[in-house]
Design a protein around this ligand. Structure first.
Ligand code: FES
Length: 363
């Protein structure tokens, strides 16, 4: 395994496949090929669930084996996983906790009321096949890693950082690295044994666990009340990656931006939606010819889903671009900034856009 798993470019279709394309539809090929082997497809990336084990209280690690159409991803990136639940395809984004060629591990916390997370943690069968999207996300380690680093994780934000830690571990930990990891209780700490073993192997790695709800007497302060300069040596030299809920990332940014050598962060929850406009408008879907009445204070993605439609989606927070479609006419509002856009034929991301006026979408 290479120390940093490189993204591989999609192989050019081989000559026989190019010739065969005129003779058989890829969807037809996939249908019959799947009778012979569940991962055989014309070009669709798929992954099979090989194993599942508990990562912590309320969290499971799923081991996936991708087919040859998977174009790879780097530790720290995200990937969309398409799952069929009750006959409907649902897609969510995950940041793998381990990347090793075509073998990927995702660690999923079963969220109360979370349809996909509950399904993956409890119901998905070993051998079940999922669809994979292309990798996305820019918070990855450089090809040549050196210097002093600081990883800040809260809750599920540990997963992309764990994938990077595993790459660094495989290459002998060529950096000084402090990981500060906030979890509610010790039982909810993911990868506890792996982290302990890594810290024992590498003198340059220090793991600081901060348990915010372990007991009243031992509760660790949250990041906004933690003096990172007192906790971590030589803070100004540090290159920092932070991952956690939106509020955590904001607090990390407020404390460190301009005080460290580099600061990059990713949130796994969207910012609180700003107060929206009231009332309803009509949204016309130009391909299907349907017109729907939707609320102006709801994202277009949620509004269309509420009416039984299933537009493509992944991260649901404006990062992966899966939900992007063309707005032909009307004004949309960005739910994260409240900025309005009336430009015709513009691309909108349905998950972070709401209708401000009547709209026409190319759907
Ligand atoms: S679902 Fe990822 S950008 Fe909208």
């Amino acid at each position: 395994m290479s120390a940093i798993t490189a993204r591989r470019s999609r192989p050019a279709p081989r000559q026989p496949l190019r010739l065969a394309r005129g003779l058989v539809e890829p969807a037809v090929f996939d249908f019959w090929a799947s009778r012979l082997h569940p991962l055989w497809t014309w070009e669709r990336p798929l992954a099979r669930l090989k194993a599942r084990h508990q990562a912590a209280e309320g969290a499971m690690t799923l081991v996936l084996q991708a087919n040859r159409h998977f174009t790879g991803l780097r530790a720290g990136q995200h990937i969309n996983l398409g799952v069929e639940i009750d006959g409907a395809r649902v897609t969510r984004s995950y940041s793998p906790s381990r990347v090793d060629g075509r073998r990927i591990e995702i660690t999923v916390r079963a969220v109360e009321g979370g349809r996909v997370s509950q399904y993956l943690c409890q119901q998905a069968r070993i051998g079940e096949v999922f669809e994979l999207g292309a990798a996305f996300g820019a918070m990855t380690l450089p090809a040549a890693v050196h210097g002093a680093w600081l990883f800040l994780a809260a809750g599920s934000g540990i997963t992309p950082l764990m994938a990077m830690l595993r790459d660094l571990d495989a290459s002998g930990m060529p950096v000084e690295l402090d990981l500060v990891y906030w979890a509610r209780t010790r039982a909810e700490v993911c990868f506890a044994e792996d982290l302990q073993a890594m810290a024992a192997r590498h003198r340059g790695l220090k793991v600081h666990l901060r348990l915010t709800r372990e007991t009243q007497a031992q509760a660790a302060p949250r990041i906004d009340q933690t003096d990172l300069a007192a906790l971590v040596a030589e803070l100004p030299r540090r290159q920092v990656f932070a991952c956690g809920p939106h509020g955590f990332v904001q607090d990390a940014h407020a404390q460190l931006e301009g005080r460290v050598t580099r600061f990059e962060a990713e949130a796994f929850t969207p910012p609180q939606a700003l107060p929206g406009e009231t009332g309803t408008v009509d949204v016309t879907l130009s391909r299907s010819g349907r017109t729907l009445t939707v609320a102006r204070d709801t994202s277009l993605l949620e509004a269309l889903e509420a009416q039984g439609l299933r537009p493509a989606s992944g991260c649901r927070m404006g990062i992966c671009n899966t939900c992007a479609c063309t707005k032909r006419a009307g004004i949309t509002r960005d739910t994260q900034s409240n900025a309005r856009s009336g430009e015709p034929d513009a691309t909108v991301r349905l998950c972070i856009s709401a209708a401000s006026t009547d709209l026409t979408l190319d759907l």
